[in-house]
Design a protein. Structure first.
Length: 218
């Protein structure tokens, strides 16, 4: 069976993909979105949500429920919560519903809560921070399925997402094939370098000019 683009992405780590995007002159890597529940790498297509201060407004639906209901198995819910208000952009019941649907994980550029519950479920939640403070009366959802900002990177619905303990990387659908080709080449070279180091080759030689040329900096 031919590997899908997601199969190929899931076999890579965020550093190889970030290096590939650097090499191609593409933005996409966002630091500080840490695994808060289980330290498992996730890869999928983005389902986007934007949150904003409630400012006295009452939401017609609980935040993120529209995205969870619309998501397909393997998708990643990606949430912009850059209000500066300490209120959770993701919580425990959402984790339960997302896991039931086979959603790969959630990434919040802001706080998330009910982390112990997500950990018990084995559901991956990546977030900028954690809190116990509810969204109710503090923040509301203002957009679903529209472009959002994550750490200065624009993420559109359907973009490819890879997150691990190093960072989260967002790749435009139009760029994914060339990013994968470059990232796979980098990963293969790094694997060969690691094998050379294990064989006792001097690390200065292993990390020398070939490495710099590999990353397009020499």
């Amino acid at each position: 069976m031919t590997d899908t683009l997601l199969d190929r992405l899931a076999r890579l780590d965020s550093c190889a993909v970030s290096d590939a995007m650097d090499r191609l002159g593409l933005p996409g890597a966002v630091s500080g979105l840490e695994p808060r529940s289980v330290p498992r790498r996730i890869a999928g297509r983005a389902r986007t949500v934007r949150l904003a201060p409630a400012d006295g407004r009452t939401a017609s639906r609980h935040l993120c429920t529209t995205a969870v209901e619309a998501a397909e198995a393997g998708d990643v819910i990606v949430i912009e919560q850059r209000t500066g208000i300490e209120a959770a952009g993701w919580g425990g019941i959402l984790s339960v519903a997302a896991q039931v649907k086979g959603i790969a994980g959630a990434i919040v550029d802001g706080p998330a809560r009910d982390i112990d519950e997500a950990a018990e479920l084995g559901f991956p939640v990546y977030a900028r921070s954690v809190t116990a403070r509810t969204a109710r009366g503090r923040i509301i959802e203002v957009a679903t399925g529209e472009p959002i900002e994550m750490g200065g990177v624009t993420v559109s619905p359907g973009d490819y997402v890879l997150a691990d303990r190093s960072c989260a990387v967002f790749v435009k659908a139009a760029d994914i094939e060339r990013v994968l080709v470059e990232a796979e080449r980098i990963a293969a070279r790094e694997a060969a370098m690691a094998n050379a180091a294990r064989a006792g080759q001097p690390i200065g030689t292993v990390m020398g000019a070939d490495y710099e040329r590999m990353l397009g900096r020499g």
